[in-house]
Ligand binder design. Structure first.
Ligand SMILES: [Zn+2]
Ligand SMILES: [Zn+2]
Length: 134
């Protein structure tokens, strides 16, 4: 894969980020790169397994995972909880005949218990994500 300047810049933004970012959030930090280019490069990174794509209700978010982990996403406020499980145990648990599991990615959807979740949609911070629980 070619390392263009925009690719390096996008990766740098993701490396600095404390959580998963949407293409729009990345573009805000790199206003000189157009959104289509950002999307295209993000998808290339996903294909090359350099970053992970998380599917949210509204838009996808992308992150660099230093250690593989799973996610719980709040359907109401888009809060993301990053958590790890015993993947070796899970692979045993999910044992499928005639299939070798290489990787398990769990995305749990639900509703978080944060205060902001009880706010009206217009008052809610749209892009707030925390890596660590408060
Ligand atoms: Zn994560
Ligand atoms: Zn929530």
């Amino acid at each position: 894969m070619k390392q263009t300047k925009s690719r390096q810049e996008i990766l740098a933004v993701l490396t600095k980020s404390q959580g998963a970012l949407s293409a729009n959030e990345i573009q805000k930090q790199l206003p000189h790169i157009n959104l289509a280019t950002i999307y295209r490069n993000l998808e290339t990174f996903v294909t090359h397994r350099q970053i992970k794509k998380l599917s949210f209700a509204d838009e996808a978010r992308y992150e660099i995972q230093e250690t593989p982990h799973h996610h719980a996403i709040c359907a109401q406020c888009n809060e993301v909880i990053h958590f790890t499980l015993n993947d070796k145990k899970l692979i045993k648990e999910f044992a499928l005949p005639d299939f070798t599991i290489e990787d398990i990615e769990i995305t749990i959807r639900g509703k978080c218990h944060k205060k902001k979740c009880s706010l009206d949609k217009k008052d809610r911070p749209q892009t707030k994500q925390k890596q660590k629980p408060k």
